[in-house]
Design a binder for this molecule. Structure first.
Ligand SMILES: Cc1ncc(COP(=O)(O)O)c(C=O)c1O
Length: 394
């Protein structure tokens, strides 16, 4: 029976998540993976989770295990409202939607907003998971130029002037894959541009609180509140397996996000939401976050100093003040995918950067490096091996 014939027209266009495919190769125990984008298991607050579990069962009893409202568990929405106020985002508890990870929000946004052929503007490069969420709804992607400071505002202006754009998707802080952060001045320009064009921006902010140096920068949401869907997650500051993401969207969009979520999963796990509510409201997040930062800062330092020490001339990389990734650019034409397979033979993996572009011809000479999973000594050794593989390929 050829069940392939039964697939919907759009299914074949979805493609596989290449990073997941790459991660299959790197699951061998001897492999050092700088490829993933996942938090260090040591960052999960297991003792706190044990304590929270007891609190949740005592406080909410069977309510924590019952079906709940699609919009989210009320105590979590209240806790998130206070949490967002600290980031200067004014969002009443009743305006916040909880989702199964920020990925759940991205999928719902695609479902609510994208009709076939709609133009969606994305940075080049951009978060692969967002492309995966949007692509089934068959948009036409419009690429926007970036530099070391992220999206170039003039390019956004040109794109918006060129015709109707359904929405703009941005990761302004410690971007995945580049680690780049938009400076405040650019955020102000972008806010002014989207307001002028009455455009909708989807601001995805999973890494903003993972800052190791420098000062916090206001989310674009605070500068153009009516034009921005702000998305964030507890995946990087609590535990990704709990699948707690959330968003604050303009009212006309919010109600449709709720309707499509009813069809997706009715609601996000009530028990996990109750854990998250207590994690935030009980002050556990505030106390635990500095520990995650202290865990990652030396790892990032180790990777930056190994790159400075070993990588050859002609290569440059981002120096983010936080987040989970560094972005390396080689000399023009240097094929990082070819290099990937050579590096894997020497038990070091990374992600070739070309997969983060909407056009496959771009980013051949780029790579994304993650530093959260390995220890400092291993990071140093792995970067040294990468530099040896590069030297040979050069
Ligand atoms: C930019 C960005 N958005 C969204 C996500 C999805 O995160 P989650 O669904 O775990 O909240 C990730 C995960 O790595 C990400 O890097």
């Amino acid at each position: 029976m050829a069940f392939e014939n039964l697939l919907a027209d759009r299914t074949g266009k979805m493609g596989v998540n290449i990073i997941r495919e790459i991660l299959k190769v790197v699951s061998q125990p001897s492999m050092v993976s700088l490829a993933g984008g996942i938090p260090a298991p040591e960052s999960f607050p297991l003792e706190i989770i044990r304590e929270l579990t007891e609190i949740v069962v005592d406080k909410y009893a069977s309510m924590a295990f019952q079906y709940g409202p699609t919009e989210g568990f009320w105590p979590l929405r209240e806790a998130l409202s206070d949490y967002l106020k600290k980031r200067k985002i004014n969002a009443g508890a009743g305006e916040i939607l909880v989702a199964s990870g920020s990925q759940g929000v991205l999928d719902a946004i695609g479902k609510v907003l994208i009709s076939k052929g709609d133009r969606v503007a994305v940075e080049a490069p951009t978060y692969l998971g967002a492309l995966q969420a949007f692509t089934p709804y068959e948009p036409d992607y419009v690429r926007m130029d970036t530099d070391d400071d992220g999206l170039i505002p003039g390019c956004l202006e040109n794109v918006l002037a060129s015709g109707k754009i359904k929405f703009i998707y941005l990761v302004p802080t410690f971007q995945n894959p580049t680690g780049r952060t938009l400076p405040l001045e650019r955020r102000k320009e972008i806010a002014a541009i989207i307001t002028k064009h009455n455009a909708l921006l989807v601001e995805d902010d999973p890494y903003g609180t993972l800052r190791y140096r420098g000062r916090d920068i206001l989310p674009i949401k605070t500068l153009a509140p009516d034009n921005v869907v702000y998305i964030s997650t507890l995946s990087k500051v609590f535990a990704p397996g709990l699948r707690i993401g959330f968003c604050h969207a303009p009212e006309q969009i919010r109600k449709w996000l709720v309707i499509v979520k009813q069809g997706i999963d009715l609601h996000t796990s009530t028990f996990n939401q109750a854990l998250a509510a207590e994690y935030i409201a009980g002050g556990f997040l505030e106390r635990h976050l500095p520990k995650i930062i202290d865990l990652y800062r030396p790892k990032q330092d180790a990777m930056l100093s190994a790159l400075d020490t070993y990588f050859p001339e002609g290569f440059k990389w981002s120096r983010p003040e936080g987040g989970m990734f560094l972005w390396v650019e080689g000399p023009e034409g240097f094929d990082m995918e070819e290099m990937y397979w050579k590096a894997v033979k020497r038990n070091v993996a990374f992600v070739p950067g070309k997969y983060f572009y909407t056009s496959q011809e771009e980013g051949i000479e780029t790579m994304r490096l993650n530093y959260t999973m390995a220890d400092e000594e291993t990071i140093d050794r792995a970067v040294k091996i990468l530099s040896e593989v590069i030297e040979k390929q050069l």
